[in-house]
Write a protein that binds this ligand. Structure first.
Ligand SMILES: CC(C)(COP(=O)(O)OP(=O)(O)OC[C@H]1O[C@@H](n2cnc3c(N)ncnc32)[C@H](O)[C@@H]1OP(=O)(O)O)[C@@H](O)C(=O)NCCC(=O)NCCS
Length: 143
């Protein structure tokens, strides 16, 4: 199995395929394929993993380029897990974040501890308005 990585290059990503695979893995948070592309395009750094041109992993980072960064959308497609793909993507992002405090929120703390992260108790959050600006009326839901 030949896994190829693309760093800070969105050109090879089939966003419809990514959306579909996130749904299969139940890791889809509701963004459309276009919103997924926009999320990655507006990030400070990105890393993707491909197998034969198909997307099998994603990771991205937001950063103030001084002392604070945040990791998001860390995902490896189910059939490709436990092969070092997420570790490689995160290592690639971290290499560009030297000197910064890198934070994230996760439901997979054991994975992050395995690759060197430490727990940081008590995350806090707020959603401003509705998530993704979604109109949740019944007629809009069927659009
Ligand atoms: C969590 C996730 C990203 C791991 O991806 P992966 O490509 O399988 O991870 P890697 O193969 O790079 O694993 C790196 C190390 O962590 C370990 N690991 C992987 N998943 C683990 C888990 N769920 N629990 C504990 N350890 C785990 C691996 O065994 C490996 O250890 P080793 O190198 O000492 O053998 C993947 O399971 C996933 O996409 N899950 C759903 C989405 C998610 O939860 N993302 C993170 C939330 S932000």
């Amino acid at each position: 199995m030949n896994i190829e990585y693309a760093s800070n290059d969105l050109g090879g990503v089939n966003w419809t395929q990514l959306k579909s695979r996130l749904q299969v893995d139940e890791f889809d948070n509701g963004r459309t394929a276009a919103q997924l592309r926009e999320s990655f395009a507006n990030s400070d750094s990105t890393c993707f993993a491909f197998c034969d041109g198909d997307i099998v992993g994603t990771a991205r980072a937001l950063s103030d380029h001084v002392g604070s960064a945040y990791l998001l959308d860390v995902w490896t497609y189910g059939p490709f897990r436990r092969k070092g793909i997420a570790r490689t993507m995160i290592d690639t992002l971290l290499a560009g974040l030297t000197g910064q405090h890198v934070y994230l929120q996760t439901d997979s703390p054991n994975f992050y501890e395995r690759i060197g992260f430490s727990p940081r108790p008590t995350g806090m959050e707020i959603i401003v308005g509705t998530f993704l600006g979604a109109d949740l009326t019944p007629s809009a839901a069927s659009d």
